[in-house]
Design a protein around this ligand. Structure first.
Ligand SMILES: [Zn+2]
Length: 117
């Protein structure tokens, strides 16, 4: 079974497409994003740290789709080869201002060996 990060609440769950035991959602993120934040891609240490990032973002933002955008923006700034987001200027400014309020850990992005490249 795959250990995956719940992109809605930041808890770890089993299976990318299974509902999260904590927030009971399957998540709003597309499947490929779910897989990118599972132990197929990152170590569980990294996923746990990213969970802290999601929880912190959620305390400053209460709209799930926006929280996800803020998180993905954070990822695109911190992971060199991540796809960049196609955002409106105003959207980027709003996201940046939410990120600026967050006290984020410095996440070590450690790729899991299962990724197999
Ligand atoms: Zn959840």
């Amino acid at each position: 079974m795959t250990a995956a990060l719940c992109l809605d609440c930041g808890e770890m769950k089993w299976g990318v497409l299974l509902p999260c035991p904590k927030c009971k959602t399957r998540g709003i993120a597309p499947m490929e994003i779910g897989i990118a934040f599972s132990d197929h891609h990152y170590t569980s240490d990294t996923l746990n740290q990213l969970g802290i990032v999601i929880k912190e973002i959620n305390t400053h933002c209460d709209e799930p789709t926006k929280c996800l955008l803020v998180f993905l923006h954070y990822i695109s700034k911190n992971v060199p080869d991540s796809p960049s987001l196609d955002l409106e200027v105003e959207e980027t400014q709003e996201i940046e201002s939410i990120l600026a309020k967050c006290k984020l850990p410095s996440v070590v992005f450690e790729e899991s060996k299962m990724w197999g490249r």
